[in-house]
Design a protein around this ligand. Structure first.
Ligand SMILES: CN(C)c1ccc(C(=O)NN)cc1
Length: 329
């Protein structure tokens, strides 16, 4: 068995990717943010304060004949950007891309932080990280993918995120036609709950690869490519107008600049992110100052290959072989 779901950028900056998910009987369809950097499936619901839920599609367990309260279970989660949510837990049928998991833990939010309240284009997250990262207490729950894996043709999924275009999450199969290059594999470390891996080096503007181990995570739920300062500086030294903007908390530059590409080595392949993909968006509507897709990871303590990097590749999240596959798109 397999599943295939389309995913769409949430806005002109490709800030997030939205995928429709069907929950309960009759189906309640919610727009959710698939997140390989976390391991909880949680939703805005009938239990979310009305003031917080305003503008969001919500899940009502009381309207689903297949919903069951997971009595005594609660959850609470905080993300890298200090956003957070918490609540209680139901189980229900969750269908993604035509594949159904019958008894999926659906974490219902009774509290959500302002970042989520304001982000009305999504109604929650689908964690696609490792089960060890699940935040349900007293008994941690499995992710949708973990529950699905044993029934899928292959225990893997792929992410094909695109700039201002419809992309896909495929479950149980690899559509190699989505990629231009060969898929190179590298071991994945799921011990922290993330999809951790080590890139072998980087280069700017098509120069030869600087051999340089870069350990980080493949995170569909993070917009940017976040790397060490030495690499960020090496890149922006090639961008005449680049400067750090305190108010924007990142490097900005003239939108008219012709940005160099950025490449990283992984699994014996080289993934090249075009300069265009590295110019994320004007800092404000109509501004001629643009915000960089490559920013520093120094304050985070972990390197994150977020959507800016993932957009350049077809990425295989191979649970069965505990490995990540990368192919140039
Ligand atoms: C506020 N929102 C929509 C978030 C979504 C995802 C994340 C995240 O760190 N995922 N790995 C943080 C915040």
């Amino acid at each position: 068995q397999t599943g295939s779901a389309n995913t769409n950028p949430s806005d002109s900056a490709d800030d997030e990717y939205i995928t429709s998910v069907s929950i309960g009987t009759p189906a309640q369809v919610l727009p959710l943010d698939f997140d390989t950097g976390s391991s909880d499936l949680w939703v805005f619901s009938s239990e979310t304060p009305k003031s917080s839920a305003s503008g969001h599609v919500t899940y009502s367990p009381s309207k689903s004949s297949t919903a069951k309260k997971l009595s005594g279970s609660t959850w609470s989660i905080e993300y890298g950007d200090k956003s957070s949510s918490s609540g209680d837990v139901y189980t229900d049928i969750v269908t993604i891309g035509g594949f159904s998991v019958k008894t999926q833990a659906v974490e219902s939010a009774t509290k959500v932080s302002t970042q989520f309240v304001q982000d009305t284009v999504i109604s929650g997250l689908v964690g696609l990280g490792f089960d060890v990262g699940n935040q349900v207490s007293p008994r941690p729950q499995k992710t949708w993918f973990s529950n699905a894996a044993s029934s899928l043709a292959e225990p893997l999924f792929t992410a094909d995120l695109r700039h201002q275009e419809t992309g896909s999450y495929n479950f149980g199969f690899i559509d190699t036609s989505l990629a231009k290059g060969t898929i190179g594999y590298t071991p994945a470390d799921g011990s922290e709950g993330y999809w951790g891996f080590t890139a072998t080096g980087y280069s700017v503007g098509g120069a030869k690869l600087n051999r340089n181990s870069i350990t980080g995570i493949a995170d569909t739920g993070t917009t940017l490519l976040l790397l060490p300062d030495n690499i960020v500086d090496a890149y922006y030294n090639n961008v005449e107008s680049a400067e750090y903007d305190d108010s924007q908390e990142g490097v900005v530059f003239d939108c008219s600049e012709d940005l160099p590409s950025f490449s990283f080595g992984v699994g014996g392949q080289t993934i090249t992110i075009s300069g265009d993909l590295l110019n994320l968006t004007p800092i404000e509507e109509g501004s001629s100052t643009c915000f960089g897709g490559l920013q520093s990871s120094a304050d985070i303590g972990i390197n994150i290959f977020g959507d800016v990097a993932l957009k350049a590749a077809l990425v295989v999240f191979d649970l069965g072989n505990e490995r990540l596959g990368w192919a140039q798109k």
